[in-house]
Design a protein around this ligand. Structure first.
Ligand SMILES: Cc1cc2nc3c(=O)[nH]c(=O)nc-3n(C[C@H](O)[C@H](O)[C@H](O)COP(=O)(O)OP(=O)(O)OC[C@H]3O[C@@H](n4cnc5c(N)ncnc54)[C@H](O)[C@@H]3O)c2cc1C
Length: 486
């Protein structure tokens, strides 16, 4: 077979998010001439560093799972130095309004001490089940690219699908196994890791529990943003050229091929192949002047209301890297988010205090990253940020956490997430996984409009969440290779 010299092949990647960085490394290492265009002024997209006075924060991923996925890209790119992952043992303290807290730990004894004998026995079986679901999903779904309907017709896929509990909801599955309401609620929260509701999301996503309990919860010393920095450095080592402050605004095309990517600065980048890492749901419309090949009835994932602030008063209930303060009525919370589409008046609140693990994030005192799930943008979504900030502070008081207003604090609303990252309706994870259809039929990795356009990132297959996005970069790179090497 005659092979094309790939060094002559120019790939333009639109977006330096985790998906774009990962694709850039896989392709440049294999000899492609890769250019990355990024409208912001840093790599990593949603994963980037924010500062408030002397405190540093990771915007985006605070909880890191599947560390090997990140390390594998670097290794492929020739960077053998390990990322400084720290495995968090007692990683998440869950607080409840009317009952004792429950600590999530990778330590067996800690879990055993907190659960009743029957729930602990059920938990042992649960960990085996979620491990099996994870391995089936990994083999058959998220390490395979889906570029057309044909990819869904493989007979082994339907057997695999049937075995990963797609037709039970996450909540129903947890309820059928455990008696402790606190345990059910804290496990149900894993649905929010894919921006979805535990009352709707298929139980397949209990595989997240496998990652946390069997595999572990991680943090990168120096801040998770180090991942993006290291990926960018590795890509540069392999010859990738990065252009920041360059927003792709249009495409020059010839029949079913994109020949050039044009930016807002009216520069033009010639391309043999294009990878779109920007949100598929907003950028295809803008760049291709077509709507994405997704059903208009598809619903976006949840968004977030995020506050980053400093705290100098030691607080009893704020002593872990991750803590969650649960609302009593969890069902109502998800009804508000996905059905009523309004801000939740008694929300569950998540706080990351990474200074507990890493003093480089704040030497004296806490760096508090406070996140409340918020609905995706809609015409009816109106809220005064000041009022919502006060409501969150008041809610925290009921858990004994008294925070002072930090005059330098930063707030990101769904509107900010939509504007800053071009995220569809401010959704954190692209589409929600609130149905079997949305969970398993995400937008394909290949364009149906152009032969030389591939998609990577949280809005396409296999889904949102930082490790899956990095995997999607690898899938986009292998699809690009298939399309360019004859
Ligand atoms: C508040 C929040 C909390 C999160 N928490 C977690 C967590 O705890 N754990 C976890 O695993 N994940 C978490 N995530 C999700 C995670 O951040 C994302 O899944 C992942 O970072 C998305 O990467 P991406 O490559 O798909 O997209 P992005 O990070 O959005 O990158 C896309 C890039 O493309 C650029 N771009 C878009 N259009 C253009 C254009 N036309 N021209 C040039 N550039 C363009 C954008 O500026 C952006 O930099 C969180 C996300 C948010 C917002």
């Amino acid at each position: 077979m005659e092979r094309t010299d790939v060094s002559m092949k120019r790939v333009v990647i639109i977006g330096a998010g985790l998906g774009g960085l990962s694709a850039a490394i896989y392709l440049s290492r294999d000899g492609y001439d890769v250019t990355v265009l990024e409208k912001r002024n840093h790599p990593g997209g949603k994963l980037h560093k924010e500062t408030v006075g002397d405190a540093s924060f990771d915007f985006g991923p605070n909880t890191i799972t599947m560390p090997d996925v990140f390390q594998d890209v670097l290794t492929y790119g020739g960077d053998k130095r390990p990322l400084p992952f720290v495995k968090l043992r007692d990683h998440t303290m869950n607080y409840f309004e009317r009952s004792a807290p429950l600590l999530f730990s990778s330590d067996e004894r800690t879990m055993k001490e907190q659960l009743s004998q029957s729930d602990y026995t059920a938990f042992q079986q649960y960990k085996k089940t979620v491990a099996r679901i994870f391995h089936m999903s990994k083999t058959h779904f998220f390490t395979r690219s889906f570029t057309s309907w044909r990819d869904y017709l493989h007979p082994r896929l339907s057997v695999a699908l049937a075995s990963v509990k797609p037709f039970s909801t996450m909540h129903a599955f947890h309820r059928s196994l455990f008696r402790d309401e606190r345990f059910v609620q804290a496990l149900d929260r894993y649905a929010t890791y894919v921006g979805s509701s535990p009352y709707q999301v298929p139980a397949t996503f209990t595989m997240i529990a496998h990652l946390e309990f069997n595999d572990g919860v991680y943090y990168v010393r120096g801040g998770n943003t180090e991942i993006a920095k290291r990926l960018e450095a590795c890509a540069k080592e392999n010859g990738v050229s990065f252009h920041y402050g360059e927003e792709a605004t249009s495409l020059r095309t010839n029949k079913k091929e994109i020949t050039e990517v044009i930016t807002q600065n009216e520069r033009s980048y010639a391309s043999d192949h294009v990878i779109l890492n920007g949100d598929l749901l907003t950028q295809t419309n803008k760049l291709l002047k077509t709507s994405p090949s997704t059903d208009p009835s598809f619903t976006p994932s949840s968004s977030a209301f995020v506050m980053m602030l400093r705290n100098d008063q030691p607080q009893k209930n704020l002593q872990h890297h991750h803590q969650v303060y649960f609302a009593n009525d969890y069902k109502r919370e998800f009804h508000e988010l996905f059905k009523a589409k309004r801000y939740v008046d008694k929300p569950t609140i998540y706080i990351s205090n990474s200074s507990m693990t890493d003093k480089s994030q704040r030497r004296h005192g806490d760096n508090l990253y406070v996140l409340v799930n918020a609905p995706a943008l809609s015409d009816s979504l109106i809220y005064d940020n000041e009022t919502y900030r006060s409501l969150i502070f008041q809610r925290l008081q009921t858990f004994g956490v008294n925070l002072q207003y930090d005059h330098q604090m930063k707030t990101f609303t769904p509107m900010d997430i939509a504007r800053e990252f071009g995220a569809y309706k401010g959704a954190i994870y692209g589409l929600s996984s609130n149905s079997v259809r949305q969970a398993f039929l995400r937008p394909f990795n290949a364009s149906t409009t152009f032969n030389n356009l591939t998609f990577t990132g949280g809005s396409t297959h296999p889904g949102g969440g930082s490790p899956l996005v990095v995997i999607s970069g690898k899938l986009a790179a292998s699809h690009t290779k298939k399309m360019t090497v004859h």
